[in-house]
Structures are given as structure tokens and as C-alpha cells.
Ligand binder design. Structure first.
Ligand SMILES: Cc1cc2nc3c(=O)[nH]c(=O)nc-3n(C[C@H](O)[C@H](O)[C@H](O)COP(=O)(O)O)c2cc1C
Length: 206
């Protein structure tokens, strides 16, 4: 079966993409508005880009009325954000923060989420998250404006925090980190079913 996005509605294209591009890591993005209101929302069109410069991206699409999401507005205003990784224990509260909270209404305050101060940026970190990236805006790319218009936010990672319980001499215990990933719709996955593969040194050899 093949699907031509040019002959499909935006919603249909979105649904197919989020079911196919799986599992997706989740950036639980904290920001602060110019007026000082904190914001926290999950974004699963998220990934690391590279280590030079240390960089990550997340992709807030515009709402159906064409308005930009609060996380994007805050990043554009202040140039700063924090990516909090989402462990299994935080999954339910993470989903709560995806509700359409009004501007100037903090998810962090409304849901009583405990935070910790960041070192180099204003947005706070989620205290229960086991790893966080403090980021400064490198680039905002607007691929389309209007309803569902796609945006890419690229941040330079200026500080990384990892809970002592999951790291030993730079080696992270992935099962202790217990990140969740997003599948399609309401489905999520855990990083508990793992397997290992050796990379070949030359083609065809292990
Ligand atoms: C697990 C999860 C992943 C999400 N990923 C995205 C995403 O990649 N892009 C996006 O625009 N919205 C995504 N959303 C929806 C936003 O979290 C939601 O629109 C939220 O209200 C945005 O908040 P804000 O306006 O405070 O930034 C996701 C929601 C959930 C539950």
C-alpha cells in the first residue's frame, strides 16, 4: 500500500506518521514566559542531533486555529528551554501536562509538580525526571504557518543533568533510566525489552 500525502488530509498524514515513526522519545519541555509564568508540555517529535555542537530538536506544530503553542512562544521570547526525559513513574503526570492549559496558567503550579533550579537557564527542571538537558535556542525553522504548521526548534545543550542512581563513570544504566517512548494514539512503550547486536568492523563480519 502506498500513501501520497498530497492526496490526503493533514490529520490523516499525521495519524499515519505517528503510528509509523515509533517508538519516539519524549521531550518534556519546560519554559518560562517573559512575564515569568512556567510552562511544561510533552513533545515526541524530538531527538538529539549531534554532539558538536551538543544539540537537540523538538517540533511544536501549530494548533488547529493556527496559533503557536506556548512552549514555542516562550522559547522564541526567552531563547531558553529544558528537556526533561520521562521515566515510567512520570508517564501519567507527563500526559496531564499535555492538556490545553491557558496562556499564563502554569501546568507546573496547577499539577503541583516539584521542580529544581537549572544551572545556566531560567526554566526549571522537573525534580522527578532522571535526566535533563538545559538548552539555549540555536535556530527556529518554521516549515509552514497556519493550522498544523510545523516548526523545528533546535537547542544547544549547555548543561546535562543525570541522577546519580542511573549513571556510573559516564555509563548510563538504561533500565534504571526507564524512559518511556510514544507509539501511536494512547500507546506508550518502555525500554525494558532489549537486545544487543555487534557492529561489523568490515562489511559482512562481526
Ligand atoms: C506524549 C505526547 C507527545 C506529544 N508530542 C507533540 C509534538 O511532538 N508536537 C506537538 O506539537 N504536540 C505534541 N503533543 C501535544 C502537546 O503536548 C500539547 O499540544 C500541549 O498542550 C502543548 O502545550 P504548550 O502550548 O504549553 O506548549 C504531545 C502530547 C503528548 C501527550
Amino acid at each position: 500500500m502506498q500513501f501520497n500525502p498530497a492526496e490526503m488530509g493533514i490529520r490523516e498524514v499525521y495519524t499515519l506518521m505517528v503510528q509509523l515513526i515509533t517508538p519516539r522519545p519524549i521531550a518534556w519541555v519546560s519554559t518560562v514566559s517573559k512575564g515569568g509564568v512556567t510552562n511544561l508540555a510533552p513533545y515526541s517529535f524530538f531527538n538529539g542531533i549531534g554532539a558538536n555542537p551538543p544539540s537537540v530538536l523538538f517540533c511544536p506544530v501549530n494548533r488547529r486555529d493556527g496559533s503557536k503553542k506556548h512552549s514555542l512562544l516562550n522559547v522564541l521570547e526567552t531563547g531558553e528551554f529544558v528537556v526533561n526525559l520521562v521515566c515510567f513513574d512520570d508517564a501519567e503526570v507527563m500526559v496531564q501536562t499535555s492538556a490545553d492549559f491557558e496562556e499564563n496558567h502554569s501546568e507546573i503550579d496547577a499539577l503541583g509538580i516539584e521542580t529544581a533550579a537549572s544551572s545556566l537557564v531560567q526554566p526549571p527542571r522537573v525534580a522527578s525526571s532522571l535526566a535533563q538537558f538545559e538548552c539555549k535556542l540555536l535556530k527556529h525553522i518554521e516549515l509552514a504557518d497556519g493550522p498544523a504548521g510545523a516548526n523545528v526548534v533546535i537547542g544547544e545543550v549547555v548543561m546535562m543533568h543525570v541522577d546519580d542512581s542511573v549513571v556510573d563513570k559516564n555509563v548510563v544504566d538504561i533500565s534504571e533510566l526507564d524512559n518511556v517512548g510514544r507509539l501511536g494514539g494512547k500507546s506508550y512503550t518502555r525500554t525494558t525489552d532489549n537486545f544487543e547486536l555487534e557492529r561489523p568492523s568490515v562489511p559482512g563480519k562481526t
